[in-house]
Design a protein. Structure first.
Ligand code: NAD
Length: 263
């Protein structure tokens, strides 16, 4: 069965880079009009332009810091006005900060939780309001991680945030059901995006091992095949959750980790 999103409107946060961009591209190639929501207007517009040229759909770049209630609400309202509706939200924007708990700066801890947890809350709230107003419901996809179910050294804030998002996804599924809103979480293993490339030397320094060892032991050591998850693996799963033809899938988490975590 081919899953399509013809005519649907999907907002993807953090879509100027990495996984968010790959998901926006996959959605556009499946017929959706997409919104590239990211911190910087120029890079969001640039990605939107490339997606429109390649796929012939409408793509809109929107400057949105997901931690700003004002920017989130204004952005979602603009999308509803310009594109007619919001059918899909992918709450994907995120950062990584690596440090042992005893050295973790409180400001850094709060910033990470703000982006992942509060950002997902604010974007979900605004999009749910729109989905309820339209009467059409929708699909909310939360970007979790292997760290939604496992812990790693020196990633305490990230592990806390990603575990929290698993609970929040289930809460959305409960409250969204009567409005025909589904919510699911995707949990990738390591994918070679800028977020991960940056971590390799940082982890090597913090753990006192070589960069090769970080990749082989820390990042891929717990997988059964020693492989990175790919951008397309995750974009394909995000398409499945957005376009699945019934409401059977809600409150679920799909971990895509080459067997690092087995359920
Ligand atoms: P990335 O650094 O390539 O992209 C992240 C994007 O988020 C950037 O474009 C950045 O500008 C944007 N962003 C950051 N803060 C923002 C804010 N406050 N408001 C709006 N946008 C903001 O990273 P990525 O690897 O593509 O990560 C995307 C998501 O996937 C994150 O939630 C991350 O935790 C998750 N994830 C990544 C991996 C991986 O291995 N790469 C694994 C599991 C989960």
């Amino acid at each position: 069965m081919e899953l399509r999103l013809e005519g649907k409107v999907a907002i993807v946060t953090g879509a100027a880079s990495g996984l968010g961009r790959a998901i926006a591209e996959k959605y556009a190639s499946s017929g959706a009009n997409v919104v590239i929501a990211d911190l910087n207007q120029d890079s969001a517009s640039e990605v939107a332009k490339e997606i429109t040229e390649k796929n012939g759909v409408t793509a809109l770049g929107v400057a949105m810091d997901v931690t700003s209630e004002e920017q989130v609400n204004a952005g979602v309202q603009k999308v509803a006005q310009d594109l007619g509706n919001v059918d899909v939200l992918v709450s994907n924007a995120g950062v990584q900060i690596i440090a042992p708990i005893v050295e973790f700066e409180y400001e850094a801890w709060k910033r990470l939780l703000d982006i992942h947890i509060n950002g997902t809350f604010l974007t979900t709230k605004a999009c749910m309001q729109q989905m309820i107003k339209s009467g059409l419901g929708g699909s909310i996809i939360v970007m979790g991680s292997i760290h939604s179910v496992e812990a790693s050294m020196n990633k305490s804030a990230y592990v806390t945030a990603k575990h929290g998002l698993l609970g929040f996804t289930r809460a959305i599924a409960k409250e969204g059901a009567k409005h025909n809103i589904r919510a699911n979480l995707i949990g990738p293993g390591f994918v070679r995006t800028p977020l991960v490339e940056k971590q390799i030397p940082e982890q090597a320094k913090t753990l006192g091992i070589s960069e090769e060892e970080v990749v082989k032991k820390v990042m891929l050591g717990n997988t059964v095949t020693g492989e990175f998850t790919t951008l397309d693996d995750i974009a394909t799963l995000a398409l499945m959750f957005a376009a699945f033809p019934t409401d059977v899938l809600t409150g679920q988490s799909m971990l895509a980790t080459h067997g690092w975590h087995m359920e």
